[in-house]
Design a protein. Structure first.
Length: 226
């Protein structure tokens, strides 16, 4: 089954209320084009330079989709990121939020952002520690920034062979999401809970995710670079 068929099958199986962001890290132009032709409307990239190259190569097709930053965003790449990305899913500190806001002001652009939660408290992963007080403090800080619009939470979650092992982490993230949403902060519209990937998206959806980030299940395994 090709990329087009895989995407269409998944889109038919996943509730329409759940957005599918295709993780395009290391994928070829032809693979991404095929996904867009199949109906994909949200693309995720981990690296700014890779995203810029893909955006430029896609031409008119690049404007048919929303671009999501789903990797760590370095301070010196923010200006370039704002030229490509429609959504930044990986805000994990007040300092990063401030830096994005100040550059968005210069660009005259309102930027939808999500707060990234390190729900498993893993040393190797970015994100805010799963302490509600820290998450609320960051959300309150973002709510005071004129050029950022907080729209949700994102988490990677620990990766397990058994997707069921992820359930408790997704559940905890959903509780955080609901608590922030209930605060009714100014300029905050908590409408997106981005969690679940190729091996865990079904469990994530059961636990309240309305945005999943899928790569391998659509594109196949990544080829090892030599």
């Amino acid at each position: 089954m090709g990329i087009k068929e895989k995407y269409k099958t998944l889109r038919a199986e996943i509730p329409e209320s759940v957005s599918i962001v295709l993780a395009c890290k290391t994928r070829t132009l032809e693979e991404v084009q095929e996904a867009i032709e199949a109906g994909a409307r949200d693309l995720g990239e981990n690296y700014v330079q890779e995203a810029q190259e893909m955006y430029d190569s896609l031409g008119e097709k690049a404007r048919q989709v929303r671009w999501h930053m789903i990797g760590h965003l370095q301070k010196n790449k923010i200006n370039k990121a704002l030229r490509v990305f429609d959504v930044i899913q990986t805000v994990d500190s007040a300092e990063k939020a401030f830096d994005i806001n100040s550059r968005a002001e210069r660009a005259g652009k309102i930027v939808p952002v999500y707060v990234e939660i390190n729900i498993g408290s893993e040393d190797a992963k970015a994100g805010v520690e799963p302490d509600y007080r820290l998450i609320l403090k960051l959300a309150e800080g973002i709510s005071k920034m004129d050029y950022l619009h907080l729209e949700g939470l994102m988490t990677m979650g620990p990766r397990f062979g058994d997707p069921e092992a992820s359930r408790e982490y997704f559940r905890k993230t959903r509780v955080m999401f609901e608590r922030i949403a209930s605060m009714d902060l100014p300029r905050v519209d908590m409408k997106t809970l981005s969690m679940g990937m190729s091996n865990s998206y079904k469990v994530a959806i059961e636990e309240g995710s309305n945005m999943v980030r899928l790569g391998t299940i659509v594109f196949g395994e990544r080829e090892e670079k030599k």
